[in-house]
Design a binder for this molecule. Structure first.
Ligand code: ZN
Length: 428
């Protein structure tokens, strides 16, 4: 900062505005209060009477939009059953902490896709009242799920069209920004990620009720049949977009459900031809352990046979995820592909959205496309593109500044220099 004044100007050595256009060099983002005023070539005269945030050698881009996270969980390697033992009070404090981690990593808008009871409504209220600084929060509250379904411990169980409609209305009354519905099983014990959990008519009742109140809907889909159901029911977005099927229809071992991944071209095409966005939760659980092992191997030259086997398994998972990105791209899904973190469950850490971008690039996205998948496209999927997701006049001045050019290496997003939210410098 050089001088104090009413006007704030951000000088950008390189500006990536999120619209997909070529980056511009040495420009000024002149703020108009909380909004982006104008963007023009940098001139020294702009310093006069202004507060200048000088990032003449850094890269400036829109604040990141993480379309899928769970702030009230710890991202510390616990199972859902272990997380579930925590009190609501503890979960609320954890959410406040995790919101700070997200903000420091450059996420200025996030969508919380499921927490117990009313925890996240309270956290959002505290932030909106200025008690804490955090990203803009779009809150689902309790995910709508069948009795005993994935995330049932959040308190959002509903069976049949009537109950689902009532649950949606209750969530909207409590302040839900969007509705998250579990269309398949997941990592919750007793559920199977290879099986759908709701009938099309049930999903449709959630969509109807949510749209009646102007709320978007998104469905947890780890089963192929769940994706097909979500497309048919007219959801707005699906999460994970995994193609799993049950390994055995009748399961005798309850604690470890058997399912197997198998890409389904027909269902994938139906998804690609629909208006639904797909929020790919790359990298998913296991990635941290995998990248630690990869780093160890690089350092030491070799690993123990057990560690090498674990590294190989991790590598296969990462390659499978990159491969699904490649297949979605081949089907022309780029404009609807969102990269999100799913931070919170298991070992999925907060503030590491760049890991998902690495896999997206591995799967054939250009770094620019990957960046848009967690800025412009993510904002569109969350219904907030009119306010955030790109840096253009009239939009919120939510801005991330990083040391080096992420178009050369998306991992450069790790080195955060500063973050602005609504024109205020909140980090750095
Ligand atoms: Zn999730």
């Amino acid at each position: 900062m050089t001088t104090d004044g009413d006007r704030a100007v951000i000088r950008a050595g390189r500006l990536i505005d999120g619209t997909g256009g070529e980056p511009r060099t040495d420009v000024a983002v002149v703020l108009d209060g909380a909004k982006v005023g104008r963007i023009e070539p940098w001139r020294e005269e702009l310093r006069r009477g202004a507060t200048v945030h000088d990032f003449g050698v850094e890269t400036v881009l829109p604040g990141l939009v993480d379309a899928h996270c769970h702030l009230s969980l710890l991202g510390a390697g616990l199972s859902y059953e272990e997380e579930e033992g925590a009190s609501n009070e503890f979960m609320a404090v954890a959410a406040v902490h995790n919101a700070q981690v997200m903000l420091r990593s450059g996420v200025t808008t996030l969508r919380d896709n499921g927490a117990r009871h009313g925890i996240m409504f309270a956290v959002r209220e505290a932030m909106n009242r200025g008690l804490l600084v955090g990203p803009r929060m779009l809150i689902a509250g309790r995910p709508v799920t069948p009795t005993g379904g994935h995330f049932h411990w959040c308190g959002g169980a509903a069976d049949g069209e009537e109950e689902i409609r009532r649950q949606v209305r209750r969530l909207v009354a409590e302040g839900a920004d969007h509705i998250k519905i579990m269309a398949s099983g997941g990592g919750t014990a007793g559920t199977n990620p290879g099986l759908p959990s709701y009938a099309v008519s049930e999903l449709r009742s959630a969509v109807d009720a949510a749209h009646y109140y102007g709320r978007l809907t998104t469905a947890h889909c780890r089963a192929t049949r769940a994706i097909a159901n979500a497309v048919e029911a007219g959801l707005d977005c699906i999460e994970h977009a995994e193609f799993n099927e049950p390994a055995d229809l009748i399961q005798h071992v309850a604690e470890r459900p058997a399912y197997r991944p198998r890409w389904d071209d027909d269902v994938a095409k139906r998804l690609a031809d629909s208006p639904l966005f797909a929020s790919l939760t790359l990298p998913g659980s296991g990635y941290v352990a995998y990248s630690d092992l990869a780093a160890e191997r690089e350092r030491e030259g070799r690993l123990s046979p057990e560690k090498q086997a674990a590294l190989d398994r991790g590598q296969a998972t990462v390659e499978a995820r990159a491969d699904s990105v490649r297949r979605f791209l081949e089907l022309g899904m780029l404009p609807k592909l969102v990269v999100s973190s799913d931070a919170g469950p298991f070992d999925i850490e907060f503030g590491k959205l760049y890991q998902g971008l690495e896999i997206a690039v591995m799967g054939g996205m250009s770094p620019m496309q990957a960046l848009q998948a967690c800025t412009r496209v993510a904002a569109e999927a969350c219904g907030v593109l009119d306010r955030v997701g790109t840096l253009e006049p009239g939009k919120e001045a939510d801005i991330l500044v990083v040391e080096a050019n992420p178009l050369e290496d998306v991992r450069n997003l790790r080195d955060v220099v500063a973050v602005f939210k609504a024109g205020q410098r909140v980090v750095g």
